[in-house]
Design a protein. Sequence first.
Length: 184
Amino acid sequence: MLDMVILGLVQGLTEFLPVSSTAHLLFAEAFLGIARPGILLEAVLHLGTAAAAIILFWPDIQRLLIGWWASGIAVAIAWIALVTIIGFPIAIWLINHLPSILTLRPRTRVWTIGQDAEGRTVICEGGRSQTAWPIRGLWFILVGWWASALWMALVWLVQLTVIGLPLAMLMFNRTPFVASLYRY
């Protein structure tokens, strides 16, 4: 029984290292002289680790599961609204909030601290310089509306694969630029 507790500790402590936890179990068995208990114990140890990870990250997993579907709906509504003049403001608002819709968390804001001409400390929200409105409008009319549809469909497909989720987040953050050259 003590052998199994030791193997459970080895499994739990080494699971999140970038080296196979199964190899750690094999080394622990060899180092401590524990007879190989069999594949069933190793399977139970791995299931226990998976269950612990799911419990630990459940709030994030829940947000992503809801966000996957909510972002797909938001992408469809945004693009349909983009092709109508009346729905354009709603579409721009949705496109700007896609990362927040996916993760169900607000966007982080950047603040800068500096001094004005008289030496007083000034705190302001940081932003990037934007392309002029006429150029952005022309871009949207000629390129942005169809490029954003392809872009958002691609991003939504990429985010369905768990491994592509970080890339999808980066791509969702670039959607306003693809649609209207708007930079965050």
